[in-house]
Design a protein around this ligand. Structure first.
Ligand code: PLP
Length: 492
């Protein structure tokens, strides 16, 4: 790409905004409800409220709460309201963060510091295989070893395997309510008992469920205990910018008491710029996101959250019924909240080809692996479009069934191959190449389907032997892990 420099002269606002609008042309149509993640839309009136609140605090900075007491007040009130919603006692404390990932990074950091105080030098965390990948990111950034635990047949973590993965270096156990890939809630009560008996911090990742499970429960749906009512749960993350229907950049991270939260803080005493105390990861904290989150909660009220939860659950019921009526598809597990994942049960219907066919019909599709599946996070807005989604899905399945060659074309081929390649290092370096091309000087959006162009024998071999090889490698890895632990126990 030719060198791009900042325009020599500024220009009028209208033409700039017109450009921005034009840039949207290739974006997914979230306003029509064709997206199942990324945007949580509670309607135009609510969005207008968020924009007004965001605008009103557009310039304010939460970096210094002494300077902006307004933001401090909003943060404190959001934390208190969340604590109450999650049945926390008066001792529950926490902070607002920029999103689920930051909440998780901080929960891991706090657990690491707490472990350090207890003399743990090589900290580890134990998490279900299904836990959000932000925990892997935390392991990567924070030098905490991550031990993934296999799932049971119902996609919830296998509690016995989790117990076996705990070592003397475990500083944190995490589980999800619900987990993202299949929408099921891990067995929080037995895990909390384990955590308590070992005095290990236990984080429940409810980034996606935090602001919807309480209302689902309120509507009378069965929800197993997962929040502060469970003794042994020491922290919870709940994202305002998901089912809290706030603007992007807002999550709440709450701890059972200050003895956990204090390890999250950062204080530098010798910087020439002054004593610097920071509760969360960023320096500057945009006031707009905080004000919009506060406005979201007040605009919704409990009745609004209940109304939206009811509609999302109705959309889920319609989707489940529709999926169960399509013989080629199967629902993964028993979804316990507003997330549904489905896979193919037919050798003639490749689910990634179904995903492509849905995209051809204007839907934005989230593809998953292990097993290959399609993921739907259902919101209130999907209540109105579920009929047309299911009609398109039936068409897509029929189309793929009559065109088996589609599984080795375009995106389907690429996702199929990436999911099955047994040597994950190869997948990693291919993905790295995408990142390099996207963030390289050319700044290009990579053509995903290009990967499958060089298919031929490699692709055929991967398709044929990949899943078996992957399974064998997984088993080998967990056996090696077990053997290593037995050895350590004997040495200890
Ligand atoms: C269960 C869960 N945890 C964490 C996250 C990460 O949240 P964010 O994308 O806001 O960083 C997500 C996002 O979908 C999630 O579903």
């Amino acid at each position: 790409m030719a060198l791009l420099e900042i325009p020599r002269t500024g220009r009028d606002a209208d033409s700039i905004v017109a450009d921005l609008e034009a840039f949207r042309q290739g974006d997914v149509g979230w306003k029509e409800g064709k997206v199942f993640s990324l945007v949580y839309n509670a309607g135009d009136a609510h969005t207008e409220l968020l924009k007004r609140a965001h605008n009103a605090f557009f310039s304010e900075n939460g970096l210094n709460p002494m300077a902006f007491k307004s933001l401090q007040r909003m943060e404190a009130e959001l934390v208190r309201m969340t604590a109450t919603m999650l049945h926390g006692g008066p001792g529950v404390v926490g902070t607002l963060t920029s999103g689920g990932t930051e909440s998780i990074l901080l929960a891991v950091k706090a657990a690491r510091e707490r472990g350090k105080k207890k003399g743990i030098r090589n900290p580890e965390m134990v998490v279900p295989r299904s836990v959000h990948v932000a925990f892997d990111k935390a392991a990567h950034y924070l030098g905490v070893k991550i031990r993934h635990v296999a799932l049971a047949g119902d996609y919830r973590v296998d509690t016995r395997a989790l117990a076996r993965a705990i070592t003397r270096s475990t500083v944190l156990i995490a589980a999800s309510a619900p987990q993202y890939p299949h929408g099921v809630i891990d067995p929080i009560e037995p895990i909390a008992a384990l955590a308590r008996s070992h005095d290990i911090a236990f984080h429940v990742d409810s980034c996606i469920g935090g602001f919807v499970l309480p209302w689902i429960e309120g509507l009378g749906y069965p929800v197993p205990p997962w929040d502060f009512r469970v003794d042994g749960v020491t922290s919870i993350s709940a994202d305002l910018h998901k089912y809290g229907y706030a603007a992007k950049g807002a999550s709440v991270l709450v701890y059972r008491d200050m003895s956990y939260l204090k390890h999250q803080f950062f204080v530098a005493t010798d910087w020439p710029g002054g004593i610097y105390a920071s509760p969360t990861m960023p320096g500057t904290r945009p006031g707009g996101a905080i004000a919009a989150a506060w406005a979201a909660v007040h605009g919704m009220g409990q009745d609004g959250y209940l109304r939206h939860a009811r509609r999302a659950m109705e959309a889920r019921a319609e989707l489940l019924a529709g999926l169960r009526a399509i013989p080629e598809l199967r629902v993964l597990g028993e979804p316990q909240s507003t997330i549904v994942a489905y896979a193919s049960r037919s050798r003639d219907v490749d689910i990634y080809a179904v995903a492509d066919a849905l995209e051809d019909r204007g839907w934005s599709v989230d593809r998953q692996q292990r097993p290959d599946s399609i993921h739907c996070t259902l919101m209130s807005a999907h209540r109105d479009i579920m009929g047309s989604y299911l009609a398109d899905l039936r068409e897509a399945v029929a189309h793929v069934r009559s065109h088996p060659e589609l599984k080795s074309r375009g995106n389907a081929a690429m996702y199929g191959m990436m999911a099955k390649v047994p040597f994950r290092g190869m997948v990693r370096s291919a993905t790295m190449k995408f990142m390099e091309s996207m963030y390289g000087p050319g700044g290009a959006s990579p053509d995903l389907s290009a990967v499958s162009e060089g298919q031929g024998p490699l692709m055929r071999a991967v398709n044929r032997y990949g899943p078996r090889a992957l399974h064998a490698l997984d088993q080998l890895k967990s056996r090696l892990d077990e053997a290593r632990k037995r050895l350590l126990r004997r040495e200890g």
